[in-house]
Ligand binder design. Structure first.
Ligand code: SAH
Length: 213
């Protein structure tokens, strides 16, 4: 069973690793990660490591979740799009820092589990969508912020289009799994600037939605 002590230990570790934004640390503190991992791994939920989830996917390492969240510089007026709901952990953290979050997942199974977790935690500002994240979510575009939690070789064009002027996207980009880095894409009147940051390892951003059996 996890304890408040485990959660405090994780927050201290994130601070040591350089996460300074107290709003981000507080948002992480509010999300019990043990609810988002497979019960078999519950004992490891507050360690700073990625863990396997259903459908052969992973829940990201808490440091990477905190880092990506910090880089988005969110506020409570922001409308945010996440591609790659997975367990819903990153989404739950973001939901405490923005106005509304739309999150897209290919696997219905993952979407359904994530929705159950949001309901259990009384999180009401997340809309989940089953679909292909390469296409974004035109009915709600443009977005103030876009976060992609699966890796591509280049930023999907439709996502760049759906980002507001003055908006920011964060996405892992790389030719291979061993050469990915998190890239910040800022969209201004005069174009895009891309800033590579941390080196990371994400599962791939695949094409198309999963066919139901
Ligand atoms: N943010 C998640 C981690 C996601 S792992 C968390 O906090 O747990 C990446 C997820 O992206 C996987 O669940 C995978 O199924 C999903 N994914 C991959 N390609 C996708 C696509 N084209 N559209 C939507 N989701 C996609």
């Amino acid at each position: 069973m996890a304890s408040a002590q485990d959660q405090i230990g994780l927050i201290m570790q994130l601070r040591r690793r350089g996460i300074r934004d107290t709003n981000v640390l507080r948002a992480i503190e509010r999300v019990p990660r043990e609810l988002f991992v497979d019960p078999a791994f519950a004992d490891h939920a507050y360690q700073d490591i990625a863990l396997p989830i259903e459908c052969g996917q992973t829940i990201s390492q808490p440091f990477v979740v905190a880092y990506m969240t910090e880089q988005l510089a969110l506020n409570d007026r922001h409308k945010v799009l996440e591609v790659g709901t997975g367990s819903g952990y990153q989404a739950a953290v973001l939901s405490h820092l923005c106005r509304r979050l739309y999150t897209i997942e290919r696997y219905r199974e993952l979407q359904k589990s994530a929705e159950r977790r949001f309901a259990a935690l009384n999180i009401t500002n997340i809309t989940t969508i089953i679909g292909d994240g390469w296409l974004g979510w035109p009915p709600q575009a443009p977005f103030d912020r876009i976060i992609v939690t699966a890796a591509a070789q280049a930023a999907p064009e439709k996502l760049v289009e759906q980002l507001k002027i003055g908006g920011r996207m964060i996405i892992p980009l790389g030719e291979t799994r061993d050469s990915q880095s998190l890239v910040l894409i800022d969209k201004t009147e005069s174009g895009l600037t891309e800033t590579p940051t941390l080196s990371v390892r994400f599962v791939p951003l695949l094409h198309g939605r999963v066919k139901r059996p």
